[in-house]
Design a protein around this ligand. Sequence first.
Ligand code: NAD
Ligand code: ZN
Length: 358
Amino acid sequence: LQVDLGERSYPIYIGGGLLSQAGDYFARHGLSAKSPVLIVTDDNVAPLHLKQVEESLRQAGYSTVVKIVPAGEKSKSLDVFEDVMTAAIEGGLDRKSAVVALGGGVVGDLAGFVAASYMRGVPFVQMPTTILAHDSSVGGKVAVNHRLAKNMIGAFYQPEMVLYDVDTLQTLPEREVRAGLAEVVKHGLIWDEAFTSWCREHTAELLALDPEALGYALTKGCEIKAHVVSRDERENGLRAILNLGHTIGHAIEAIAGYGEYLHGEAISIGMAAAALISVNRGADRSLYEETTSILRGFGLPTIMPEQLDEDKIIGAMMHDKKFKEQQLVFILPKSIGKVEIVSDVKVEEVRRVIRELK
Ligand code: NAD
Ligand code: ZN
């Protein structure tokens, strides 16, 4: 799969056994074997998948430096960013050194920002190990969080390549699997009715981590995102459709306390809510029913948690940059596989669906 962004395009390889061929891929893509490679990973992923990457690189003649950060969102911080920089400097990385992100979206965003900043930019290679990371491996957004706001400090920086070894997903906790699949379903819902049907028909295979089904779903998900992003790399218009379910989803994540809901779980509720707003605006009720039945099939939540206060959800949404004068910019489904960007959703409409979804 090729992500094409004008003059900067890069390949995404998706399949089994890729990590143990990492060295070959590095050589094939002309990455310098004279410069040390920095592998950034977290302490859950390292014991499971680091060895094969290191061995494969070593066999191909690359020397490696490893930085293992604590698992979890807290590692997307300036403090940890500085620790990784220290490892890069102490490890003697030069301008031709590659920085590898081996892990989920947290490691991808962190290591990507290191790659973008170290000596003003060195080659970056993504090796995603979560389903959710199919989303973060396309689009070139890299960042760390500020104490006051998520993803505040970052850059647009494209990788040289993405090596997506689906075998690594076998060790992913089940809850992470389901939450990651929420973004896969989202890509179908915004763009591709046939793919959405495919997801519904292959729910069991996907949840059982069948390699062939996963490979197809991740390829499709990446393809749709790449297609949308390549038309709107800097988020001027179309790219907003990728935010289906995210306005309410982010509010739920923020007020429930980060970590209470996984991102995929929160946007699942958000996608149900968006479908219901569409129905309240005249769309056929089947739109809501089909949306929620697919999500529920993946074991994802589609009702508003009782303990979450309506005013707080609305309050959190007001902080969102999409809020303008009592009206919200919302991505609303028109039919399965089609959405529209609507800029006149009233706060009252959101309040109504929050109540209806409880
Ligand atoms: P994550 O990186 O925290 O991974 C989730 C958990 O799974 C972690 O505990 C991790 O250690 C563990 N894990 C990862 N791979 C594993 C494996 N193969 N086996 C066992 N455990 C494994 O989170 P995520 O869900 O992958 O990504 C979330 C992050 O991605 C957020 O910070 C979000 O902001 C970011 N993100 C970025 C973009 C983008 O465009 N840059 C898009 C979407 C999300
Ligand atoms: Zn998302």
